[in-house]
Every structure is written in C-alpha cells, then in structure tokens.
Design a protein around this ligand. Structure first.
Ligand code: BG6
Length: 489
C-alpha cells in the first residue's frame, strides 16, 4: 500500500532504547552479585572483552539516565540480573541488588522514562546451573518462579511493562552460542525438553505478573527474522515456511495460542523426539495469556529448498569480516542464502528495513496482539574520531529506515506502541565484545583497554533525539524525496 501522507505515531508512543544486564552493567563481582554462566561464556570469547566491566553502567547509571532524558526518551528496556538479586541457593535477596535496581527505576521515572523490564536475558546464575543443571531439569521452574515473584513484588508498584525470556527461540536455535546446550549429550533431541521447560518458566512469569502487579502487562520477546523464499519455485516457498516454523513460529504460536502447533508435533514424531510434556503442563501454559509481543527484529533471511545430499550447520561470523557467515543446509528442512538485493553489515547481517514492516504485518495478521519493538540496531566497528566525535551515518540510515517502516506498518493498521532499538550506550555484543558497537552513545573502552569509560554522544544520538522530540516527524532528511524513493523501490 502506498500512502499520500507520511506515517504518524500515536501520541504516547514509547521512544527509547534497549540493553541487557550482563552486556551493560559490569561490576560482576561487586555488592554481592554472584557469577552467572554467561560470565564464564563471555570469558571464553577472547580476544573480545568479557562482561566484568562492560559499559560500567552499574556505576554510570545516573549519567546514562540523564543522557536518555536529554535525548527525549519516554521508555527504556533493560534486564535484571538474577544473580545480583538472588546470589545463592538459600534464596536470600541481596539488598544491594534491590537498591541498584530501585535506584535505576526511580531515576528513570523521575526523568519521565517508562521502564520496560526483561526478567531473563541469557544470564543464569551459576548456583541455579549447578543446582538444576541449567534448563535441563524441571527444578528450575520453581527457582524461576521464585525469582520472578521477587521482581514483581519489589518493583511491580512502579514497573508495569514486563518481558519474560529474551529470544527463547534463538537460545534454542543457537544453543551453544548462548551457552544453553551446556551439559547436553544429544542437543538435537534435548533442546525440545529444554524448550518445554522454558515455556513452563515463561508461563509461570506471565501468571505471577498478572497475580502480583496491579495493571501489569507482560509479553515474550521472540527474536524475529522473517524468511523470504529465494525464488517463486514452490519448493523454495515450502522451505522458507519450514525455516519460519523451525526458527520462529513454533515459539510464537505457543505463546499466543498456548498449545504446540501441528507442525511441531509432527516434527517431533518424525524425529522420535520426546519433549517430556507431563500432566498439568499444558494446563499451566493455557493460563499464561500474554498481553503483547515484544519484537526483536534486526534482519531478514532467505530460505530455499535444501540439497538433501549433505548437511551444513550454520556458521556464525565471529570476526566481523564480511563473507564469513556460513549458510546452513538442513536436509529435509531448508537452506538459507544471501539476499543479493540488500546490503549486509560487517557481520553479514542483512540490512533490510522492509523486514521490519513485513514482520509487524506478519505477526499482526497471525496473532492480533499489540507489539513493541524491543531491539533492532546496527552493529559496526567504531572508535572516537580525531575530532572527538563519532559520525555514524550508517547507523542513522539504518535506524531511520527501520523506524520509518514501523510507521508504515502502523499506517497498514498494525498496533505498535514503542521503538527501543539496541542499544543506548555501547555495550558488549553477545560474541564480539566491544568490537561490534550498537550504541547511540559511545563508551570509551575497548576489548583490550578499559580506558576511561567516558560517554560521547554519537551523531545518531542527535538525529534520534530530533525524531523523538517531533514524535516521528523530523526524519532529518527531505522526506518528500525520501518517501518517493521508498515508494518506487
Ligand atoms: C539480540 C540479543 O539477539 O541481538 C542481544 O537479544 C544481542 O543480547 C543483540 O546483543 C545483537 O547481537 P550481537 O551478537 O551482535 O550482540
């Protein structure tokens, strides 16, 4: 659909940015925080920095919130560190952990910024891992429920927007990358048991939020990567649908419809997979009615019919040199391919703003639930320039096009209530430390030198601030020409 007018955003639209505790806070050994599995995982990713310092948000939170206010933020999405709040098996709440998050929440609210909190963003406490065997053992359900209740009881008077588990789908699809497969002997089969346990944890969080937080709303955070068929060959279309199911739809359908879809059940049957669903499980999941979907959407992928004569697992680009990404070929399922119609980042992620509009349309058509964007962003190599500034034109272009496509999706009739790109300050990438920066604010630190951690507004900060303060009208460019370009693409 083409429109005569530029898109407009609802007047109370949430404009903000996003982060996660282990990627931004640092201070991993301070004030009673105990180790998390992700600390150990990030230590193995040398030569990249681990998370012991990160952006040192723990000590800079006031300055960071002041910068958010200056930028005009009306929301900020961040996660809580489980091991900072509950450092040991005795389940005693760490007063210093409570104090830190209370201070952060109060600071945000005083600045007119609505907190949106993720309960779990990859940072399982080591004590939970030891006690429960990570996500492998159902005893984690009780621990997770207890942790969520602590969060709702302590912060729910001020925090009304909650997110359960960040990118559960990606944790299962990329098990070893994010440390979830630790201790598994047969990941191909075990991951479905783990996934089911995660679904039960998600359900517990949703139920507890509605029980304990007055006016509280909660949703899951799928990592959404839409899959376009490579050609109009019918086999490519089915392969793209298979990829869609096996990387996203299995999760989204479960969250919304609260039952496993028939594709999932047939897939399990075909591969002799027993996800260990026990009596009472589906009844619990049935009670977990979500209020919205939080969408992380950075890129699209291309699906095509696989070559059934060989198997190739995905090979992530770990160096930031273009062309390193290895596209998977999964016999009987799908293969992925490079999209020649769009550019890629240095880490081979397709830069495709239209995928934002596509994803929002797709999810709205399937699920009819309001959505908030909780991640999208441009990861690049950057350092302070000689003029002491960061001219991040590529990030501005990326954010402008993605935000514009959210506007188009709203014009298309989709209900979207916020945009929180990744990330506010620079912070650690999941696998590439500070070498891959996403921030609107540069943090003066590198992978091999902690430097002075000072904050420097990038050009994207200034551009985004104007967009926010005009509630999505000042795109910082001649939008008539730009819109024509969009229409004619
Ligand atoms: C999202 C995660 O999938 O992608 C974030 O929720 C992550 O934690 C972000 O940082 C970007 O990915 P990466 O690998 O570039 O850090």
């Amino acid at each position: 659909m083409k429109y005569k007018e530029l898109p407009t955003f609802p007047k109370d639209f949430f404009w903000g940015a996003s982060s996660a505790a282990w990627q931004v806070e640092g201070a991993t050994k301070e004030d009673g925080r105990s180790p998390a599995i992700i600390d150990l995982n990030s230590q193995t990713k040398k030569p990249y920095a681990d998370n012991s310092v990160a952006a040192d948000h723990y000590h800079h939170y006031k300055e960071d919130v002041a910068l958010m206010k200056e930028c005009g933020f009306t929301s900020y999405r961040f996660s809580l560190s489980w091991s900072r709040l509950i450092p040991a098996e005795d389940r005693k709440i760490n007063p210093k952990g409570l104090e830190f998050y209370n201070n952060l929440i109060n600071e945000l609210i005083a600045a007119g910024i609505t907190p949106i909190i993720t309960l779990y963003h990859y940072d399982m406490p080591c004590w939970v891992d030891e006690k429960c065997g990570g996500w492998r053992n159902r005893s984690i359900i009780e621990e997770f429920d207890y942790y969520c209740r602590v969060c709702f009881e302590n912060f729910g008077d001020r925090v009304k927007y909650w997110l359960s588990i960040n990118e559960q789908n990606m944790q299962i699809v990329y098990g070893d990358w994010l440390g979830v497969s630790k201790g598994c002997t047969d990941w191909f089969k075990d991951k479905w048991k783990i996934n089911h346990i995660m679904n039960l944890c998600h359900a517990k969080a949703v139920i507890a939020c509605h029980e304990l937080v007055e006016g509280g709303k909660i949703g899951p955070v799928p990592g959404y990567v839409p899959i376009y068929p490579e050609t109009c060959k019918p086999e490519d279309q089915i392969a793209a649908m298979n990829a869609e199911e096996l990387t996203q739809k299995i999760w989204d359908d479960l969250y919304v419809f609260r039952e496993y879809n028939s594709f999932t059940k047939n897939y399990w049957k075909e591969h002799d997979i027993d996800p260990d669903i026990r009596p009472g499980d589906m009844e619990l999941i049935e009670q977990a009615k979500i209020d919205f979907i939080a969408v992380n959407c950075y890129r699209s992928d291309v699906g095509k019919a696989p070559d059934n004569s060989y198997k190739q697992e995905i090979g992530l680009n770990k160096t930031g040199k273009k062309g390193e990404f290895v596209y998977p070929n999964l016999p009987g399922e799908y293969a992925l391919a490079r999209n020649p119609f769009v550019e890629v980042t240095d880490w081979d992620w397709h830069i495709d703003a239209t995928c934002m509009r596509y994803s929002l349309r797709y999810l709205w058509d399937h699920y009819h639930l309001p959505m908030v964007i909780t991640e999208a962003g441009f990861g690049g190599h950057e350092d302070l320039g000689e003029d002491g500034k960061i001219h991040d034109e590529e990030r501005i272009n990326y954010l402008r096009e993605y935000a514009f496509n959210i506007g188009l999706a709203i014009q298309d009739g989709v209900e979207v209530f916020g945009f929180n790109p990744w990330s506010f300050t620079d912070l650690l990438s999941t696998g590439n430390g500070m070498a891959k920066r996403y921030g609107l604010v540069f943090v003066n630190t590198t992978d091999d030198d902690a430097r002075d951690l000072t904050r420097h507004k990038k050009d994207s900060f200034t551009w985004y601030s104007k967009l926010i303060k005009s509630n999505g009208k000042d795109w910082g460019t001649d939008m008539t020409a730009w819109q024509d370009f969009q229409k004619n693409k």
